[in-house]
Structure formats: structure tokens, C-alpha cells
Write a protein that binds this ligand. Structure first.
Ligand code: G6P
Length: 608
């Protein structure tokens, strides 16, 4: 995780850098810092908390810098504290360095450097990189960086300034994204090009093991052996999105309410009604290749994983393609068998999740083909995959994923439809799926319009500290996702469980203090769910049911019922999830949590 932003140019380097860094706050926000050179000396400011805290300190100190590097941190090694915040320095403060990633051999390096006289002040792995580079410095900073990098195990994107080279930033990357942004007489560096905004016209991504020296009007790129490389810059696609909160109190609420629009956008020009199938621009696999797919492997983390579960059920049910789903962080440490004709689908809102990227690279090394389902244009995953289907959900700022999830399910449903229609699914069945998809934006709007009912339910249940979310078949991933939302933003212990599995242990936890949110919108398993509700009720567990309009037999079992518009089982996860997002939001509000930036989390997890 963590975000890096740096600037060399004629403008106020502190202001420009902090403004850039704020756009990276989604990558971590427990502490931040900035450093640069002023009058031949390294000067810095670091603070615990959000970037605004560091910004006001920098203003109070009237900090002025000629070049600047900065970082927003999500703690891995060492708790959030001023001393652990980046940048880090060598003994004599000759250089300042920021780092994203993890240096796995930091303990051994620290010991070796201490023996040579380094004195460490922080608990971080990053500080060893600053000392290591300094120990290799003999007047040539580029050489010192190049000699230091092969010693590092792990992954990194680093940026550093050295007081003897006051007009430049040196950067390097290994398995972590870092981009150089070229402006008019000014140059930027960032871990995410979206933070550049309109001040940057062209970008260059650092490739594996590459090092660059960035100056105000030029940059030089080198490979790991220091051979100069020339790379073409790419024109930066300007994103003119509105990323203000508008009338909403939180980004999360705004994004929940944006879903009718984000779903329309996910579907736009992708439905081929005449043939009852989908047409997916960006899917640049040949028809023959798609037809020859015999297995699908889905990789993802967090909310994207839950969308992946829905897709895995659909791909088997509808397209009859054996589909396996794996948590990226688990998959990468297996020695996976990837049979020929396997298509790998990597799902990631940000396209920067380290575990998913690592799993994708492992598969690519084995010759596998990757389809990315991603929201962020130009992200690492989008660039590295063989093909990418974009969610078109617009920027998602709230740390807990909401609109991206429903768009992921929608795009994956379209992809499944295409694969199914290429095989044996009839046009009539395909049209039914399309009709259901097209109704979703209005159905979601219906749920949103009744937000006050959900708010009242949230108020009623918000004092409980333990919840179960129960569902079967398509409602099982919905239960996982509903529980994750509640955990993430209201810090309540919530377990998503397949309802049929409750009796194998978890039911022991059911009592009057542990409500179950039961999800009944999957018609195929409705009757079975009623039996599970009986079991919970017999043990005095409070029950809030989310069911489709027209469902019968619930009234005597559930304490509260919220009805969502009826749809087919494959798409039922969407209205149900929107209701659960609102539920989590209002519970979190009742409990006074920091909804957009919950404690300990980051929007994009760029470390293992
Ligand atoms: C983090 C976020 C989650 C997200 C997960 C995967 O944990 O807080 O909301 O679901 O990463 O992110 P991705 O960008 O790969 O979908």
C-alpha cells in the first residue's frame, strides 16, 4: 500500500506535492511525510494521521522546498508514528527516501549496516534502504542506487533526493507501480497516474528493475545494469470526473446512491438484444480462443473475490465451464496446475492489489491468458492482462467497495452470457438474462428510494456486536459481502456463512444478542432457507430477512423483513447487496465510525 508523489519544477514544491499526495490517500492514511532540499540541506515534515494533519504542520513551519518527495503510509513494519512515517534518512541526513512495498530481508540488512555504523531510528524496513544507498555512495547517487537494488529482497517503488544532487529525484521500481509524469517545464513521479491530473500531459511507467533520474525538464531511464533505455511517453488520458462528495455526507453514501448510473454505464452498448447476447469491447480474444476455453480460474481479493464467487457460480451454471475461484494471496503460494485452455479472470477494482498482480504474473510466467475485470484505466492489472473489461463505475473513493462490486457482478454476468451463448444457451434464455440485467438500475433505485426504512432497521440493530449473514447459492457471496461491509465500516464482528453450514458449529453462537441477517432472494434455495430461519429462531436469534417481493412464509419467522424487487437468481445479488450496503452505512453512522476511511484499512492493498 502507501502512495508516493514527487515533484521537480518551478512551482511551490510543497504545495504541488501535497496536493498530489492527497489523491493517493486511498492507498493508506495512517501517517504521511514530505522531504526535499532547501539551501543544500534535507528538510522534512512528518505527521501521524491523515495528510491534512501533515499539511497544516508544513504550513505552520512555512516549509519551502526546491524539489520534494512525499508518501502517505499504511503501516506494515512499525506502528503509525512520526518516526516510522516516510521519508527516511541515513545517519547524516544526506538523503531522504520514500518507499512503497516490503523489503523482506530488512532484518539481515539492518544488522549488517549496524555493524558498519548505521544508527536506525525507526522500526521500518524502509530505513534500511536509505542507509544502504548511503553506504554505497561515493559521489555518484545513481551508481549507489544501482548497486543497492540487487541486495533488496521483496518489492519496492522508491524515490529519493540527495543533498549533493539538489535538482533531481532518483526513482526505481520492482513489482510496484511508479510513473513519471511530464508536464510543461516540470516533472512528477507518482505511484498512480490518476494523481497527476491535468498538469501532466504525458507519462512513462517504470518497467521491472528500472531506475530513473528525474529533473525539471527531462528524465533519464536506465535498466538494472545502468544501460540507458529510451521509452516512448504515453499521452495521459485526462479523467474529468467529478470526485466531490456533492450533497452527500460521505463518499461511501454517494457511491451507493450512484449505482443506478454505474450499472447503466456497465451495460451501455454491451447488450446485443437481437441475438440475446453480450458484445464486449476491449475483449480482444479471438472467437476461436473463447470457444476453446475449457476451464476458468478466477483470482481476486476482498470485495472483488465476492464478485468472483457470483461469477464462478454463473459460469458453471450458465456456460457449463468448470470454474475454480482462488483467493489471490493463497493461490500465489501454491504450485498451481494451469491446464491448457484455461482462461484466468483477475478481478480488481483498483488493478493494483499486490496479491492479485503477483498471482497474475505467476500465471503469465506459466503461459496462461489473463482477462482483467477492472475499474481503473491504465492500472497495473489493466496493462499487464491480455485483455481488460472496464467496469466504467467512475472513481470509487470510499475505502469500502460498493458501486464497483455491483458493476463487477454486472460485467461478469455479461461475460458469462457471451460464453454461454457461444456454447449451448438458447437465444430465449440469453434474452431473459439481458432483460433482467436491464431492469437492475431501476430496481436498485427502488431500494435506494427506501433508504429511510433501512436506516430505521440499522438503528434498531446497531447496538449488537455480533452478526451472522446467511445465504445459500447466489446469496452466499451476498452474505460474505454484506458481512464484509459491516465489518469494514462499523467495526462489528460479522460472519458471512452459507446457511446450510451453520449447524456444523457456528449455530452454537446464536442467541438473543446475535442477530442473523438472512438473505432469501435466491428462489432456488428459498424453502431451504426457511428451515435455516427456523433453526435460528428456535435458539432465540433475532432475524432480519432480505427477501424478494412476493416471497411468502417469512412473516412468522423473521423479526423484520425488507423486500427487494424480484429478479432472476443470477442477478439477485445486486438489489440485495445495495440494501446491505445501506444497512452497513447506517449502522456505522449510528456508531460514529469513520465511514470513508475506516481504521486500519486502505482502498488499495499494494503489499502482500
Ligand atoms: C482492499 C479494499 C477492499 C477491496 C480489496 C481488493 O482491501 O479495502 O475494498 O475489495 O482491497 O481490492 P481490488 O482493488 O483488488 O478490488
Amino acid at each position: 500500500m502507501c502512495g508516493i508523489f514527487g515533484y521537480v519544477g518551478p512551482r511551490d514544491a510543497v504545495k504541488v506535492t501535497i496536493n498530489g499526495l492527497k489523491k493517493l490517500e486511498y492507498r493508506g492514511y495512517d501517517s504521511s511525510g514530505i522531504a526535499g532540499i532547501k539551501d543544500g540541506k534535507i528538510v522534512h515534515c512528518k505527521e501521524v494521521g491523515k495528510i491534512a494533519v501533515m499539511e497544516s504542520k508544513a504550513n505552520e513551519l512555512n516549509l519551502k522546498l526546491d524539489v520534494a518527495i512525499s508518501q502517505t503510509r499504511w503501516a506494515t513494519h512499525g506502528k503509525p508514528s512520526r518516526v516510522n512515517a516516510h521519508p527516511h534518512f541515513d545517519n547524516d541526513h544526506t538523503l531522504a527516501l520514500v518507499h512503497n512495498g516490503i523489503i523482506e530481508n530488512h532484518s539481515a540488512l539492518r544488522k549488517a549496516l549496524e555493524e558498519k555504523g548505521s544508527v536506525f531510528v525507526s522500526d521500518t524496513d524502509t530505513e534500511v534502504v536509505a542507509h544502504l544507498i548511503s553506504s554505497n555512495y561515493d559521489g555518484d547517487i545513481l551508481k549507489a542506487v544501482q548497486q543497492s537494488l540487487p541486495v533488496l529482497k521483496g518489492n519496492y517503488a522508491i524515490a529519493l533526493v540527495h543533498k549533493n544532487h539538489p535538482h533531481q529525484i532518483v526513482v526505481a521500481a520492482h513489482e510496484m507501480p511508479l510513473a513519471i509524469g511530464v508536464g510543461k517545464d516540470e516533472t512528477f513521479v507518482s505511484s498512480d497516474t490518476n494523481s497527476f491530473g491535468s498538469q501532466v500531459q504525458e507519462v512513462v511507467f517504470l518497467g521491472e528493475g528500472e531506475i530513473a533520474v528525474i529533473k525539471k525538464d527531462q528524465f533519464s531511464l536506465y535498466d538494472s545494469s545502468m544501460a540507458p533505455i529510451s521509452k516512448k511517453t504515453k499521452v495521459m488520458a485526462q479523467q474529468m470526473e467529478d470526485i466531490s462528495k456533492g450533497e452527500y455526507e460521505h463518499y461511501t453514501l454517494k457511491e451507493i446512491f450512484e449505482q443506478p448510473q454505474s450499472l447503466r454505464s456497465a451495460l451501455l452498448s454491451r447488450c446485443l438484444d437481437e441475438y440475446g447476447t453480450a458484445i464486449l469491447e476491449g475483449l480482444n480474444f479471438e472467437v476461436t480462443e473463447l470457444l476453446s476455453v475449457e476451464r476458468i480460474l478466477i483470482l481476486a481479493c476482498g470485495t472483488s473475490l465476492h464478485a468472483g464467487y457470483v461469477a464462478s457460480y454463473m459460469l458453471e451454471d450458465m456456460a457449463r465451464i468448470p470454474t475454480q475461484i482462488e483467493i489471490s494471496s493463497e493461490f500465489r503460494y501454491k504450485n498451481p496446475v494451469i491446464p491448457p485452455r484455461t482462461l484466468v479472470i483477475a478481478i480488481s477494482q483498483s488493478g493494483e492489489t499486490a496479491d492479485t498482480l503477483a498471482a497474475v504474473r505467476e500465471i503469465k510466467a506459466k503461459g496462461g491468458r489473463i482477462l482483467a475485470i477492472c475499474n481503473v484505466m491504465g492500472s497495473s492489472l489493466a496493462r499487464e492482462a491480455d485483455s481488460c473489461l472496464y467496469l466504467r463505475a467512475g472513481a470509487e473513493i470510499g475505502v469500502c467497495s460498493t458501486k464497483a462490486f455491483t458493476s463487477q457482478v454486472t460485467v461478469l454476468t455479461l461475460f458469462t452470457l457471451l460464453m454461454a451463448r457461444m456454447r449451448h444457451m438458447s437465444k430465449g434464455q440469453g434474452s431473459e438474462i439481458l432483460q433482467a440485467l436491464k431492469k437492475l438500475p431501476d430496481q436498485v433505485q427502488t431500494v435506494l428510494d427506501r433508504h429511510d426504512e433501512i436506516q430505521a432497521l440499522a438503528k434498531k440493530y446497531s447496538h449488537h456486536d455480533n452478526f451472522f449473514f446467511l445465504g445459500r447459492h447466489f446469496m452466499y457471496p451476498a452474505a460474505l459481502e454484506g458481512a464484509l461491509k459491516l465489518k469494514e465500516i462499523s467495526y462489528i464482528n460479522a460472519n458471512g456463512y452459507p446457511a446450510g453450514e451453520m449447524k456444523h458449529g457456528p449455530i452454537a453462537l446464536i442467541n438473543a444478542d446475535c442477530p442473523s441477517i438472512t438473505l432469501l432472494a435466491n428462489k432456488a434455495t428459498y424453502e431451504k432457507m426457511l428451515s435455516n430461519l427456523q433453526e435460528v429462531k428456535s435458539r432465540n436469534g433475532p432475524i432480519l430477512a432480505i427477501a424478494s417481493e412476493g416471497a411468502h412464509g417469512l412473516e412468522k419467522l423473521a423479526d423484520d423483513i425488507f423486500y427487494v424487487p424480484e429478479t432472476i437468481d443470477e442477478t439477485a445479488v445486486i438489489p440485495t447487496s445495495v440494501a446491505l450496503q445501506l444497512f452497513a452505512y447506517y449502522v456505522a453512522k449510528e456508531r460514529g465510525a469513520d465511514i470513508d476511511q475506516p481504521r486500519n484499512l486502505a482502498k488499495s492493498v499494494t503489499v502482500e
